[in-house]
Design a protein around this ligand. Structure first.
Ligand code: NDP
Ligand code: 8X3
Length: 250
């Protein structure tokens, strides 16, 4: 069994790769940080005695995506699960004060990157006669919140694309699942606040957020249902978070 996980150098993607590896899958891991990929690959191989293929590329570049996928050796092409996880939020500004470069990074990564990956890998799954695509959406794809405008729009796009992909891929025996987390403590807020650790830590102050491993378990669970079962859509929240904006803090 082979699982292909984008954005496996940190957070949810890294925890997901580890859990699939623990369950005996061979893993294709991707990300832009080459050193991290190599270290993680060596760790997975030695701990779980599985094979790992690491592909170093930026999901925002169609040329890089196509080159990376074309380089996958024949024995790695029978991919069972694709986890479209690579993504980010950048900034938290009102629409009238938005930073256009931040908008473009989010749209290019969360929407176009997910599309490039899917456009390139779905034909391989179709040729294989099976597959399962798990898109990582967000509570921000179900609701909007103040200053979240463009990030929320990209995750609403992931929500729409997951529904649309499910229809288009139905005749090809390819399942599509959207996993939509609330707050998960990863590098997400450090990236959103451009390295401002204090501001990032404040996001989780006084509450218990989800861990990357909680989402990894959900992804593994949806991918390990029997062949006749598909989980279309899951929203998974910390127990102290009711919706995008309502939390209980100590
Ligand atoms: P992290 O910042 O910890 O991890 C993000 C991963 O995405 C990294 O491995 C990063 O790798 C990769 N990535 C980002 N941009 C690119 C790119 N252009 N090309 C290739 N890889 C890229 O965040 P999370 O684990 O929290 O985020 C994972 C997903 O979960 C995202 O889609 C996010 O929107 C979603 N999510 C997160 C929530 C949270 O509260 N944390 C809640 C709901 C959804 P590298 O930098 O090496 O390229
Ligand atoms: C990440 C969760 O609430 O910060 O997608 O948008 S949130």
């Amino acid at each position: 069994m082979i699982a292909f996980i984008t954005g496996a150098t940190a957070g949810i993607g890294q925890a997901t790769a580890e859990l699939f590896a623990k369950n005996g899958y061979n893993i294709i891991i991707t990300g832009r940080r080459k050193e991290r990929l190599e270290e993680f690959s060596a760790q997975l191989k030695s701990t779980y005695k599985i094979d790992v293929l690491s592909l170093h590329f930026d999901v925002r570049s169609l040329a890089e995506v196509e080159k990376a996928i074309a380089s996958i050796p024949a024995e790695w092409r029978n991919i069972n699960v694709l986890v479209n996880n690579a993504g980010l939020a950048v900034g938290l500004n009102s629409i009238q004060e938005g930073v256009v470069d931040d908008w473009e990074r989010m749209i290019d990564t969360n929407v176009k990157g997910l599309l490039y990956m899917t456009r390139t890998l779905a034909p391989i799954m179709i040729a294989n006669g099976h597959g399962h695509i798990v898109n990582i959406g967000s509570i921000a794809g179900k609701e909007v919140y103040a200053n979240g405008n463009v990030y929320c729009a990209t995750k609403h796009a992931v929500d729409a694309l997951s529904k649309a992909m499910r229809i288009d891929l139905l005749p090809h025996n390819i399942k599509v699942t959207a996993v939509n987390p609330g707050m998960v403590e990863t590098e997400f807020s450090i990236v959103r606040f451009k390295g401002d650790d204090e501001r990032a830590q404040n996001v989780y102050k006084g509450l218990q957020p989800l861990k990357a491993e909680d989402i990894a378990e959900t992804i593994y669970w949806v991918a390990s249902r029997p062949a006749h079962v598909n989980i279309n859509d899951i929203v998974i929240m910390p127990a102290v978070q009711a919706n995008a904006t309502t939390t209980i803090r100590k």
